[in-house]
Design a protein around this ligand. Structure first.
Ligand code: F6R
Length: 603
């Protein structure tokens, strides 16, 4: 995810900005840039790749003495990770950096292009600076132009803007994406999209709230919301950097579980309009002549794909098969050109998935990737790509990646259904409402986490775990078991609930833990009977369900819902927290479990 920094003061601005960006490196980025305004002139530098490349480009540049500056690390979402697409983006006398997504950028771009504005980049961000300069022509003050610009943007954004018209001010706005203003006793001013670049520089910070915008100089800070002036309340800044990088969580994995709600908002942004699914990444005609879909992936990405298999057949009415990439590679698969070949991968570098994609491409199939890393090997090879916009995932065990993969595959299924007209408008509208409710479903209530933390102490021994579920709750059971085994090193298997009696039930005794995903919307009575079969053999059972069930040894209550995807995402969070709390109790390194790597580029 992108990072933002800003500075007003006398010190060497390039150093403050680049050092600040370095503190945000943990968020992941593919290019970076800075702009410095000094003596009424703005100089800007951008580079792809690591910050050392930006340092190299700014080697000869100095900026000591009073001035202002902004900086950015970019994780590509709109447009490739190129130097032109890197921030800051420039108008004729102003520069902007931005995190988030401008949902109505196409409309703004069209409006400005009709007025003769020439765009250089493929980003949504560039519209901000041109719109601001367009508004400057008709507004009496720079701030009025900025305020008008802010009111015309839709989406989620944190923005810093500097302009030669007002050489001592940084203009800012925050909406659904974090942004912090901080200062110190020397009257230096800092901005950060997280605490880490501020710590050690500033003493007090103000965490902007959604909808707040304004400007700051060394003389004044003006803060508004809805055109009403507000007084910011600065508080003292924590001083522990590694704690700040984890936003106060114990592990990156925990932070990533908690950020699933906001990450999901980003993943969906611009892709769901009031009554339709928009996937601009799918070229016109791409789905013509496609009869069926084959999805290939590994690990967690395979579990997301398995989930999609159910949804694609049910909603889009298209035959779908899902295969583990390492198996697919060597089976001499029979492939036909009417099959759309989809690969799902967080890293875009997984060797088995990449090879599967090559096989399909060589056989002349149309290929699509669902991937988190733009410009990765898989993205470069596939004919079309839908980015999951998950940001970097530091925890080796995937959590937020799984959530966004499932959501994007679900959107893709709805997109095909819309295209093939296998869904009526009323049902589509209902699905869209549910999709838009998922960020809320992913918010974690304190009492739920506390309950899981408490009950986890009873699950540290025993001779194994079975995670069971039916329908889409079966791949979720597989994923729950994978999470637990990856970070706790306890033996865990995912099983279809109805399959236990065909063999695995022989293992059941009181030392065998069963985690049952008991959906109320999907095959409730059937799953209940399967759980009863295990209870009769004295299994220790933890049930995750909206419905109380008295045979449970432990119970985590989820909310009643009329849609299985809401239940799915809520139960997903419970299984992730369960794995996390068991592993923490066992004293394991949750973020870097033994024997595992984040990107598996070997066979
Ligand atoms: C599990 C996990 C792995 C990956 C698998 C595929 O938590 O992260 O199972 O899902 O190695 O990796 P990607 O998605 O990068 O292709």
């Amino acid at each position: 995810m992108c990072g933002i920094v800003g500075y007003i003061g006398n010190r060497e601005k390039k150093e403050i900005l680049i050092n600040g960006l370095r503190e945000l490196e943990y968020r992941g980025y593919d290019s970076a840039g800075i702009a410095v305004l000094k003596n009424n002139e703005i100089e800007s530098f951008k580079a792809t790749g690591k910050l050392t490349n930006l340092e190299e480009k700014t080697k000869e540049f100095t900026s000591i003495g009073y001035g202002i500056g902004i900086g950015h690390t970019r994780w590509a979402t709109h447009g490739k990770p190129t130097e032109i697409n890197a921030h800051p983006h420039a108008g004729s006398c102003s520069y902007v950096v931005h995190n988030g997504i401008i949902e109505n950028y196409r409309e703004i771009k069209k409006y400005l292009e009709e007025k003769g504005v020439i765009f250089l980049s493929q980003t949504d961000t560039e519209v901000i600076v041109h719109l601001f300069e367009d508004n400057l022509k008709t507004n009496c003050s720079t701030f009025a132009a900025f305020e008008k610009t802010v009111s015309e943007l839709h989406g989620a954004f944190a923005v810093l803007l500097i302009t030669a018209q007002e050489p001592d001010k940084i203009f800012f706005v925050k909406n659904s994406v974090p942004l912090i203003i901080a200062k110190n006793e020397e009257n230096e001013i800092f901005f950060g999209s997280a605490d880490a670049p501020l710590i050690g520089n500033a003493t007090n910070a103000y965490y902007l709230e959604d909808g707040e915008y304004g400007f700051i100089s060394q003389k004044e800070l003006k803060l508004y919301n809805n055109r009403k002036e507000k007084l910011p309340k600065f508080k003292s800044l924590a001083q522990d950097k590694s704690y700040a990088q984890k936003d106060g969580f114990r592990f990156f994995m925990e932070k990533e579980i908690y950020e699933q709600s906001s990450v999901m908002t980003e993943a969906l942004m611009g892709r769901v309009k009031e009554n339709q699914i928009l996937l601009d990444e799918i070229p016109d005609g791409f789905l013509n002549d496609i009869n069926d879909i084959k999805i290939c992936a590994c690990g967690t990405s395979y579990h997301a794909s398995l989930t999609a298999g159910y949804i694609l057949e049910r909603v889009a009415k298209i035959k779908t098969s899902v295969e583990i990439a390492s198996e697919f590679r060597y089976k001499n698969p029979l492939l036909t050109k009417e099959t759309l070949f989809v690969v799902v991968s967080q890293s875009g570098e997984t060797a088995d998935t990449l090879e599967a994609l090559k096989i399909a491409k060589n056989a002349g199939l149309k290929t699509l990737s669902i991937c988190n890393v733009d410009n990765s090997s898989i993205v470069r090879l596939a004919n079309a790509n839908i980015l999951t916009r998950t940001g970097i995932e530091k925890g080796v065990a995937s959590t937020k990646t799984f959530a966004t993969q499932v959501a994007i595959l679900w959107l893709f299924a709805l997109f095909i259904a819309q295209h093939k007209k296998t869904i009526d408008q009323k049902t589509l509208q209902k699905e869209i409402d549910v999709v838009l409710s998922i960020p809320n479903v992913l918010k974690i209530e304190n009492q739920t986490h506390e309950k899981i933390k408490r009950l986890s102490k009873r699950y540290l021994h025993g001779h194994g775990f079975f995670f069971i579920g039916r329908d889409i709750f079966y791949p979720l059971a597989l994923e729950g078991a994978l999470k637990l085994k990856e970070i706790s090193y306890l033996h865990a298997e995912g099983y279809p609930a109805g399959e236990m009696k065909h063999g695995p039930i022989a293992l059941v005794d009181s030392e065998l833990f069963t985690i049952a995903l008991l959906s109320k919307t999907t095959l409730f009575e059937k799953t209940k009977s399967n759980i009863e079969e295990l209870s009769a053999r004295d299994a220790t059972i933890l049930i995750i369900s909206p419905e109380d069930f008295d045979i449970a040894d432990d119970f985590v209550k989820t909310k009643y819902s009329d849609h299985q995807m809401r239940e799915f995402f809520e139960m997903m969070v419970v299984t992730q927290l369960f794995a996390l709390e068991v592993a923490i109790r066992l004293g394991n390194d949750v973020d870097m479990p033994r024997n595992l790597a984040k990107s598996v580029t070997v066979e």
